[in-house]
Design a protein around this ligand. Structure first.
Ligand code: ZN
Length: 263
């Protein structure tokens, strides 16, 4: 599995501060013949670049998923994570947004068995990784489901993905769940090195997730009483938007505030 990260920070969904307790994973497919992930993210050297300026890293869209699985620049499959896993996504059109991580598989013309085999395997690995990270049982009811199954369960809007595609290539969602479970059995505890000195068993990837969560928690805290008046003055004078008063500031933000305060 090849995992990269490019958060869609300009998407309105990313700009909300809602997080979820992950209880499942929802598999989607895009419904359009664009197998490259760079159709949906700005991209980079490895993933390829979006040249049409139609990616999802922009305001005004009513959808956002946690990841895309599709072709990278070299034509081989990969995954790009586009939201923190615990961020509430806009993928299901229903209550599953409150419980499920959602990822999109980039469709081709649905006619290439080689492409299907590769992105199927990549999707199994991604789902297994998420089940491991969030301690999910892929075989339990309603945990690993596709969008169409979510609709049947009453927690997603009426879409056909991925049942218009997987069965064509001889795979059901039950096969998918079994393959995820098999992957977990094969490799129950990979990439969790117990280092000397001990880091509490937290991997770097997990730490970044925690950091992301921590910052989202900070961002939701109100201004302390002693600072309210100054915050309001800062907004009135135009050197801060007054948002996220308890979040961490970057050096760039500090410099920008000083320069704006000078005006
Ligand atoms: Zn869908």
């Amino acid at each position: 599995m090849r995992l990269r990260r490019q958060y869609l920070t300009q998407n309105d969904c990313y700009r909300t501060d809602r997080t979820i307790q992950v209880q499942g994973v929802m598999v989607h497919s895009t419904g359009a013949n664009n197998p490259r992930v760079s159709r949906y993210v700005p991209g980079d050297q490895e993933m390829g670049f979006n040249t049409a300026d139609n990616h999802w890293d922009r305001p005004g869209l009513t959808k956002c998923v946690h990841a895309f699985v599709g072709k990278f620049a070299d034509g081989e499959p990969g995954t790009v994570q586009t939201l923190p896993w615990t961020h509430r996504g806009w993928h299901a059109g229903g209550a599953a947004n409150n419980t499920h991580i959602g990822f999109e598989i980039c469709e081709d013309g649905l006619d290439d068995p080689v492409y299907f085999q590769k992105i199927y395997e990549e999707s199994v690995q991604l789902t297994a990784m998420l089940c491991r990270q969030f301690k999910l049982d892929p075989l339990a009811e309603g945990v690993v489901i596709c969008h169409a199954e979510g609709h049947q369960l009453g927690i997603a809007s009426q879409h056909v993905d991925v049942l218009h595609w997987f069965p064509k290539r001889g795979k059901s969602m039950d096969d998918f769940r079994q393959d995820v479970a098999a992957r977990l059995r094969e490799d129950p505890e990979p990439e969790e090195p117990e280092e000397e000195g001990g880091d509490g068993g937290v991997t770097y990837e997990q730490w970044k997730e925690f950091m992301e969560r921590y910052r989202q928690e900070l961002a939701q805290l109100p201004s302390p009483d002693w600072g309210l008046e100054e915050l309001e003055r800062g907004v009135a004078q135009g050197f801060t938007d007054g948002q996220r008063p308890q979040d961490l500031a970057t050096r760039q933000e500090v410099v920008s505030m000083i320069v704006r305060a000078e005006k």
